[in-house]
Ligand binder design. Structure first.
Ligand code: AVI
Length: 320
């Protein structure tokens, strides 16, 4: 049985320097300034995110882990053994590795935008699970993607934990789910984690923790943008702002100017007045029926779900 670690750093699958500069400039110069949430995840940002995941206020990670601990046998019996496990946003591959002894995949395909991190993780994993063929892919799956030929086509299980789909607008989430559905044969499916709507106080605390880790995570985007763009954001002039927008059913994260200020980069500049904001992230929260509808609109068939006692979070398996 072979172990194959091929990092596919395809030109079209990761942003070019020109694209990054163009995208950031357009966002910063628009009336309502924006920075895409993908710019959170440089090395510092990735560590800050891992820290967020162990904070008492940030319930999604531990609630999802609890659902898997409690229902792993049922979940794996529902899905059935073998096939190809395609891990979207694999990171350190830990969540998928927990499933291996239950799902017994023949092939594991972790996909992540952060290629170096992924290579290291897969190197360790292949030693622990030498009988599973592994093909790591460095790509931004939020863009246009196709899976390379090395990825087997039968019995594909797309694994998308962490409620990361919540960071897409629902229209984009639907398009994305349709793409996943199209990449499945009739024997494929999706296993996905969804953060559910709950009281605003719990939601607000999860995105504005007492220790200020989420604030640092948000502000770190400015450091990262300074590196990418050569801009001169002064982080001390900005503050974290996050709240649950009930009408839109989403957490919004913004960076708010603490004073009138100016930012310069290349031949560009922008004035911000005190209180003006840069929108950095949305995190949509779903009701279970609404998300099941989304899956069926994307072409998925029969679905099963597992929740925690408080119904804060759901893990859903939907067959192709
Ligand atoms: C990655 N994603 C699911 C996180 C979320 O909850 O939307 C990102 C995050 N932003 C602030 N805290 C965590």
């Amino acid at each position: 049985t072979s172990v194959n670690v091929a990092i596919a750093d395809r030109d079209h699958a990761l942003d070019t320097k020109e694209f990054t500069i163009q995208e950031l400039t357009t966002g910063l110069l628009s009336d309502h300034a924006t920075i895409s949430p993908k710019y959170f995840y440089d090395t510092v940002g990735s560590v800050l995110f891992e820290t967020i995941c162990v904070l008492p206020e940030y319930y999604p990670t531990r609630t999802e882990a609890g659902i898997f601990t409690r229902h792993l046998t049922d979940i794996s019996q529902t899905i059935g053994p073998g096939g190809t496990l395609i891990d979207l946003g694999a990171g350190n591959c830990a969540k998928a590795a927990r499933l291996f002894p239950f799902l017994h995949p023949d092939q594991y395909v972790p996909i992540d935008i952060s290629v170096n991190h992924l290579t290291d993780s897969v190197r360790h994993l292949r030693q622990r699970f030498p009988h599973i063929e592994m093909t790591a892919l460095g790509m931004d799956f939020s863009k246009n993607w196709t899976l390379p030929d090395e990825v087997r086509s039968d019995q594909r299980l797309f694994f998308y934990p962490g409620s990361s789909i919540g960071n897409f607008h629902p229209d984009i989430a639907l398009t994305f789910l349709k793409k996943i559905r199209a990449a499945c044969d009739a024997d494929g499916g999706i296993l996905i984690g969804i953060d559910l709507i709950k009281d605003s106080a719990t939601l607000n605390a999860a995105y504005d923790d007492d220790l200020g880790v989420t604030a640092a995570f948000n502000l770190n985007a400015l450091r990262h943008v300074n590196q990418l763009l050569g801009s001169d954001f002064d982080i001390r002039q900005w503050q974290h702002y996050a709240f649950f927008n009930a009408q839109q059913s989403r957490i919004e994260m913004h960076l708010e100017a603490r004073m009138n200020l100016q930012v310069k980069w290349g031949n560009n500049h922008r004035h911000f007045i005190r209180g003006e904001r840069i929108h950095t992230e949305n995190s949509y929260k779903y009701s279970l029926p609404l998300f099941l509808e989304l899956l069926s609109a994307a072409g998925f068939g029969k679905a099963r779900h597992w929740s925690d006692d408080a119904n804060w979070y759901a893990v859903i398996y939907a067959k192709a």
